[in-house]
Design a binder for this molecule. Structure first.
Ligand code: ADP
Ligand code: MG
Length: 385
C-alpha cells in the first residue's frame, strides 16, 4: 500500500485499553474517524472512539465489520491472535504486520530476531522439553526463567539459582515453553521508541531511562541521566536495525539493559507504543501516538524533537487507597494539588475501578531543566502519597 490516507479517512485499532485510547486521541486530533474493536463495554478506548465494535478479537463477523468500517488498522497489544491480524490484512492495510507481531509474542522468536539483527542480548536457552531442560548449560545460572508467551509486568517469570530451582520453576510454570536467561548485573534500564514507515524511513525518540517497582514501570526520565551521546547512538543504531530487519511498519518500543560494565544489551520489544514512551505526549513536538497514526496512514515521519526535560510517573491503582488503611474504600488522589505544580500534565485513562497494580493513568512533569522536572516530580509524588 503506497496510498496515503489523508485526514477524513477512518483508522481502526484492535484493543480498547489506554494505548488504544491515546492512539485514538492522536488520530482524532489529526482529523481521522476512529473505530475500536474490544469486548469490554467500559473500555478506555471504546469511550472515545467514533464507533466501538463490542466483540471478541476472534469474532470473524466483528473483524469483518472492523475491516469494512476502516481504511487501515493497527493494534494496541501484542497478544492479539495472529489469525485476527491476518484476516484483517486480507482486506485492509494492517500495521504492524501479523508476522512482526508474531515475533514479539514469543520470547524465543524475539531473541532469535535480535541475534539475526546482530544485536547482543542476554545469553539464553529455549526450554520446550525435558531434554532442553537437562541440556541447559551451567553458565545460565543464576538465571530468570520466563514463559515464552503472554508475560508482562514481570508476570510469568521466576528467578532460579540452581538446577533444582530451575526444575521446580518450570513445573510451577506448568512446563510451557520458556526461555532461561542468564541473570545480568544491571546498572539501569533504558528503552527507545522507534517509528518506521512503509517506505523504510526510521525515526526515533531519544533514549529514555526507566525505573521499575515490583516488575511494573514506575518512573521514566528524559533525557536519560546516564546516557551520553555515544550510548545514545549505540541504542539508536540497534533499535533501527531491529525494526528494519523485520520490515516493521509502525511504532516499536525496544527495552535495553545497561550493564554494570557499560555494555548495552537488548531485553525485549513491544510492537506498539509503550508505557515508557508516554512522556512524549508532553516532552516532544510529536508523541509516540502521533507517529503511530502517521506510520499507519502513510504520512511523512518526522524526527521528533525533545523540547522539555520530563519525568513520567505511572499512576497505579494503589494511589487510590490510603496506605495507612489498605482496607479502606477507594478515594480520588489530590489532583488539584498536583495540578497546582508547574509543568504537570495529568493523563487519566477513564477506568472506573482502581485496583492495586492497575495502570490508571500517568503524570508527565516537564520543566526547563532536568533538575527542575525531577524536583517537581518529587513534590507531586509526595502529594500523591
Ligand atoms: P516483562 O515482559 O514482564 O516486562 P522483562 O523481560 O522486561 O519482562 O523483565 C522484567 C524485569 O525483570 C526487567 O525490567 C528487569 O528489571 C528484570 N530482568 C529481566 N531479565 C533480566 C536479566 N536477564 N537479568 C537481570 N534482570 C532482568
Ligand atoms: Mg519488560
Amino acid at each position: 500500500m503506497s496510498d496515503v490516507l489523508l485526514p477524513g479517512a477512518t483508522l481502526g485499532v484492535l484493543g480498547g485499553g489506554q494505548l488504544g485510547r491515546m492512539f485514538l486521541h492522536a488520530a482524532q486530533s489529526l482529523g481521522y474517524r476512529t473505530v475500536v474493536l474490544d469486548p469490554d463495554a467500559d473500555s478506555p478506548a471504546g469511550a472515545v472512539a467514533h464507533e466501538h465494535i463490542r466483540a471478541d478479537y476472534l469474532d470473524e463477523a466483528a473483524l469483518a465489520a472492523l475491516a469494512a468500517a476502516c481504511d487501515a488498522i493497527t493494534t494496541e497489544f501484542e497478544n492479539v491472535p495472529a489469525h485476527a491480524l491476518e484476516l484483517l490484512a486480507a482486506q485492509r492495510p494492517v500495521a504492524p504486520a501479523a508476522s512482526c507481531v508474531a515475533i514479539c509474542q514469543d520470547r524465543a522468536a524475539e531473541k532469535a530476531h535480535f541475534r539475526a539483527a546482530g544485536v547482543d542480548g542476554a545469553p539464553y536457552a529455549v526450554i520446550a522439553t525435558e531434554a532442553d531442560l537437562q541440556a541447559v548449560p551451567d553458565s545460565l545460572l543464576p538465571g530468570i526463567l520466563k514463559t515464552a508467551r503472554m508475560g508482562y509486568d514481570g508476570k510469568g517469570q521466576v528467578r532460579v539459582r540452581s538446577r533444582a530451582e530451575l526444575q521446580a520453576a518450570w513445573s510451577e510454570l506448568k512446563q510451557v515453553a520458556c526461555v532461561l536467561e542468564q541473570l545480568l548485573p544491571l546498572q539501569l534500564e533504558l528503552s527507545v521508541i522507534v517509528a518506521r514507515g512503509r517506505d523504510g524511513t526510521v525515526v526515533q525518540f531519544p533514549v529514555q531511562q526507566n525505573l521499575h517497582r515490583d516488575g511494573i514501570l514506575a518512573v521514566t526520565e528524559v533525557p536519560a541521566p546516564a546516557v551520553d551521546a555515544a550510548l545514545q547512538a549505540r541504542a539508536a543504531e540497534s533499535a533501527a536495525r531491529i525494526a528494519t530487519e523485520m520490515g516493521y511498519v509502525g511504532v516499536l518500543c525496544i527495552e535495553f539493559f545497561l550493564l554494570q560494565d557499560g555494555r548495552l544489551v537488548v531485553n525485549e520489544m513491544a510492537p506498539r507504543p509503550h508505557n515508557s514512551g508516554h512522556y512524549t505526549l508532553n516532552a516532544c513536538d510529536a508523541s509516540q501516538f502521533e507517529l503511530q497514526v502517521r506510520a499507519l496512514a502513510g504520512l511523512p515521519l518526522i524526527t521528533p524533537r525533545l523540547h522539555s526535560p520530563t519525568v513520567m510517573l505511572n499512576l497505579l491503582g494503589d494511589l487510590w487507597f490510603d496506605p495507612q488503611d489498605p482496607a479502606s474504600a477507594a478515594r480520588e488522589p489530590d489532583w488539584a494539588g498536583v495540578l497546582a505544580l508547574p509543568g504537570t500534565h495529568l493523563h487519566l485513562y477513564g477506568k472506573a475501578n482502581a485496583r492495586r497494580g492497575r495502570k490508571m493513568g500517568h503524570l508527565n512533569v516537564s520543566a526547563a531543566t532536568p533538575e527542575a522536572a525531577r524536583a517537581t516530580a518529587r513534590r507531586a509524588a509526595a502529594l500523591l502519597g
